[in-house]
Design a protein around this ligand. Structure first.
Ligand code: SF4
Ligand code: SF4
Length: 169
């Protein structure tokens, strides 16, 4: 070992040069949640249960999404629409209960593909973290899009651009 090597000076200077070099490079990280990266055009996020332009729920509780789901993440209970409920539900049947277990879901989008009523689509957001398993079982109230009749701004926000790509019935 030479005298300089014994002082460790070359190694220290080399290490500092590498550190300095990295300080002026573009950062790979961002300040989330203040900054957010744009999603890929094919990103599939949290599910949204859709309404029509009159604010009625599209879902008829036909169960096709649950059958198509490879993770068995969807459960629902159907109910008959009553005459005074025509402003709430688009068809004669509706989902009295609709749940998706996000811990089982693999965000494959097959439920959206299977739905004949444009009632469900995967949005551009994701399920936030939670401390309990139960918190990841999303109820119908949590999944339903805001009513365009009473809250147009939130409805448009929740709809996002992916909803425009889904099929219209
Ligand atoms: S995205 Fe796929 S796994 Fe998730 S609920 Fe829909 S069909 Fe099931
Ligand atoms: S979301 Fe669509 S496929 Fe699923 S039960 Fe409702 S109407 Fe049927």
């Amino acid at each position: 070992m030479s005298f300089m090597e014994k002082l460790y000076l070359p190694a220290i200077l080399k290490g500092m040069a590498i550190t300095l070099g990295h300080m002026f490079r573009k950062k790979a990280t961002i300040h989330y949640p203040e900054e957010k990266r744009p999603f890929s055009p094919v990103f599939r996020g949290l599910h949204v249960l859709n309404r029509d332009e009159e604010g009625r729920e599209n879902c008829t509780a036909c169960g096709l999404c649950a059958v198509a789901c490879p993770a068995e993440a969807i459960t629902m209970e159907a109910a008959e629409r009553q005459p005074h409920e025509e402003h709430l539900y688009r068809e004669e049947k509706y989902a009295a209960k609709y749940e998706i277990n996000m811990l089982r879901c693999i965000f494959c989008g097959l439920c959206e593909e299977a739905c004949p009523k444009d009632a469900i689509y995967l949005s551009e957001t994701f399920a936030p973290s939670n401390f309990t398993r139960k918190g990841f079982v999303y109820s119908k109230d949590e999944l339903l899009i805001p009513n365009p009749k009473t809250d147009k701004e939130k409805y448009e926000q929740a709809k996002g651009s992916r909803a425009a790509q889904t099929k219209n019935n």
